[in-house]
Design a protein around this ligand. Structure first.
Ligand code: HEC
Length: 148
């Protein structure tokens, strides 16, 4: 019995280490969007004000989740600058997708208290509702959900 209790304690103590780490996951995004999220004009959009504006509305949040889940291809206009590239799908599970979006919202785009965290359930719903969409169709959601 003592041994089982010890094992249970050890398991619960190690759970936080297994939880999705948005900062670590963001390293893959930084290869294109840069560590600061500043992006590269004409190639990689900044993860900044447009991200935070989109994150305020349900349609924009669905778009942001789908960009990470399935990728996106333009044309899209972000921060007044045109982009006609392709972002590949990121192959992350729902929890990791939420974690990396939350890292962008809080640390990269510095959304402060106005940023509402993404949940795993929200990402799951976006994945299900957008299953049939192509990267180009996700790009078309950008302007339709208030991105500019
Ligand atoms: C291989 C390069 C690359 C990687 C890696 C990448 N992206 Fe992108 N991302 C792009 C490109 C290119 C676009 C714009 C597509 C276009 O030109 O239409 C984009 C667009 C976006 C947008 C839409 C921005 C807006 O305001 O509409 C978000 C959000 C985004 N990326 C987040 C991420 C996150 C989070 C990660 C990491 C999990 C990531 N990206 C990884 C290249 C990349």
């Amino acid at each position: 019995m003592k041994r089982i209790l010890f094992l249970l304690t050890a398991l619960s103590a190690s759970t936080p280490l297994l939880a999705a780490d948005g900062a670590t996951l963001y390293k893959r995004c930084a290869a294109c969007h840069l560590p600061t999220g500043a992006g590269v004009p004409g190639a990689y959009p900044a993860l900044s004000n447009d991200f935070l504006t989109l994150a305020k509305k349900p349609a924009g949040r669905r778009y942001l989740a789908l960009v990470v889940i399935k990728g996106v291809s333009g044309p899209i206009t972000v921060g007044g600058k045109p982009f006609r590239g392709v972002m590949p799908a990121q192959m992350l599970n729902d929890a990791d997708t939420a974690a990396v979006l939350n890292h962008v919202g809080t640390v990269v785009a510095k959304g402060g208290k106005g940023f509402k965290a993404f949940t795993e359930a929200e990402v799951k719903a976006a994945r299900a509702s957008g299953a049939a969409l192509s990267a180009a169709q996700i790009g078309a959601l950008h302007a339709a959900s208030g991105g500019k």
